[in-house]
Write a protein that binds this ligand. Structure first.
Ligand SMILES: Cc1cc2nc3c(=O)[nH]c(=O)nc-3n(C[C@H](O)[C@H](O)[C@H](O)COP(=O)(O)OP(=O)(O)OC[C@H]3O[C@@H](n4cnc5c(N)ncnc54)[C@H](O)[C@@H]3O)c2cc1C
Length: 402
């Protein structure tokens, strides 16, 4: 009997564990270690922010999403020792034959110089709830949305957030009293998705009167005078500040020799195996270069997105099963990604294509429409359904569409 340990019960961890359970028929031990008892669906934070969802609608017990024969351990993983094939979580040690690391990315707002509690974010559940209250009371003024640094999860989300905020104030009848400015250190919207999608998103932002400011690296915030300071640029005064905080890998990885110089985990792009045999990493914790893409002197990385965590989980689960049965592990990750891009007014676009495309990713945007918004809502419902009734849903139709 083999033991497979999965660290992290988010998108990648849930899919890996359930796929393994589907294929191993209870003959091997599957342990999933996750620090929280509840699972929250991050793409819905945007709807929490604009009031379309309540917190309890997007939080479910993690166990309700897991197949019965998976052992779910509610503990903080605090050490990984590949040489001894063991991990420590809470006070206990667990030995594995296969390890899948799906620990995601942590937020580190404290890395912003001048950070304090007056600064908002819709990148956490609590942050989105708090921002909703503030938006309801906001009577007009300058709203600044700032991407503090790269990498960050879901390259579409800051732009979706800006568009939903625009729609929120339009519905409230005060759009003319609100300025919305989106700042990013990047040269265009979603550079990881290539020039076609960037231009399309910029055109939508322009149409909605959302001012897009590229190449703006935030250096500090002065919350007393409400000023944003960017390297070598004119300061910007705001009334309401919303930040996409810096991201970092969880401490257990930063303190291990699995971390590269930036703290993320390098993997074999096809198999997702780390430098250790039978230790895999998937999702936001990984660092996967896009072929031939540079920013400007270092490689551009595959975006941190649930759709990739999901596909990678599938690849790794299938390969582990093959390895256990002594067959060739031939599944390979290919970076065909999808995203429904919320645009306000219950409309969304559908971006899709090959993120490994050369000379740059070939991502196209289908015309904005109601059906993509409905698709995103249906996916959310499917994702959060208990495992027992999930199968009855439209799994085949929607499984890779976020
Ligand atoms: C506002 C927002 C909107 C988004 N929209 C989209 C979208 O539309 N489409 C899309 O594809 N992606 C979207 N994403 C990104 C998506 O949510 C992530 O890319 C995805 O969740 C990554 O999956 P993961 O398994 O790598 O990490 P996660 O889902 O973050 O899971 C990591 C898990 O590890 C746990 N963990 C961390 N450290 C420890 C530890 N030491 N011990 C035990 N457990 C630990 C965490 O609690 C977490 O449950 C969005 C993200 C945000 C914030």
């Amino acid at each position: 009997m083999k033991t497979i340990i999965i660290l992290g019960g988010g998108v990648g961890g849930i899919i890996t564990a359930n796929e393994l359970s589907n294929r191993l028929n209870g003959e091997h031990k599957i342990i999933l270690i996750e620090k929280y008892k509840e699972h929250t669906f991050a793409p819905s934070y945007l709807w929490l922010m604009n009031g379309d969802r309540r917190k309890k609608q997007i939080n479910v017990p993690l166990k309700s999403l897991m197949k019965k024969n998976i052992e779910v351990v509610n503990a903080l993983a605090n050490e990984i020792v590949p040489a001894e094939q063991k991990v420590k979580a809470g006070e206990k040690e667990y030995h594995y034959d296969f390890l899948v690391i799906a620990l995601g990315a942590d937020l580190a707002p404290e890395k912003i110089q001048g950070w304090d509690e007056s600064i908002h974010t819709f990148y956490t559940c609590e942050g989105a709830v708090k921002l909703n209250e503030t938006l309801k009371d906001f009577a007009g003024g300058k709203v600044a949305i700032v991407i503090a640094s790269m990498p960050y999860k879901c390259p579409g989300a800051p732009h979706e957030g800006a568009m939903l905020i625009e729609d929120f104030f339009a519905s409230k009848g005060i759009r003319k009293k609100v300025g919305i400015d989106l700042f990013t250190p990047e040269p265009q919207p979603l550079p990881v998705a290539g020039p076609e999608l960037g231009s399309a998103v910029k055109a939508i932002l322009d149409k909605k009167g959302i001012r897009f400011h590229p190449l703006m690296q935030l250096s500090s915030v002065d919350t007393k005078s409400k000023q944003l300071l960017f390297n070598g640029k004119v300061p910007f005064e705001y009334d309401l500040l919303i930040v996409i905080p810096p991201h970092q890998s969880p401490a257990v990885i930063r303190n291990s020799d699995l971390a590269n110089a930036n703290g993320w985990i390098d993997v074999n792009t096809a198999s997702l195996q780390t430098k250790y045999e039978n230790v895999f990493a998937i999702g936001d914790i990984t660092s996967i270069p896009l072929p031939g893409r540079w920013v400007p002197d270092k490689p551009m990385m595959l975006p941190k997105a649930g759709v990739f965590a999901h596909i990678q989980a599938d690849v790794v689960a299938k390969n582990i099963v093959k390895k256990i049965s002594g067959e060739n592990a031939r599944e390979k990750f290919c970076a065909d990604g999808y995203c429904m891009l919320e645009a306000g007014e219950d409309l969304a676009g559908f971006a899709y294509g090959d993120f490994f495309g050369v000379p740059h990713p070939q991502i196209h945007l289908k015309k904005i429409g109601k059906k993509w918004h409905i698709g995103k809502v249906l996916f959310e419902k499917w994702w959060l359904s208990p495992i027992g009734i999930k199968k009855l849903f439209y799994k085949n139709l929607l499984q890779f569409q976020y």
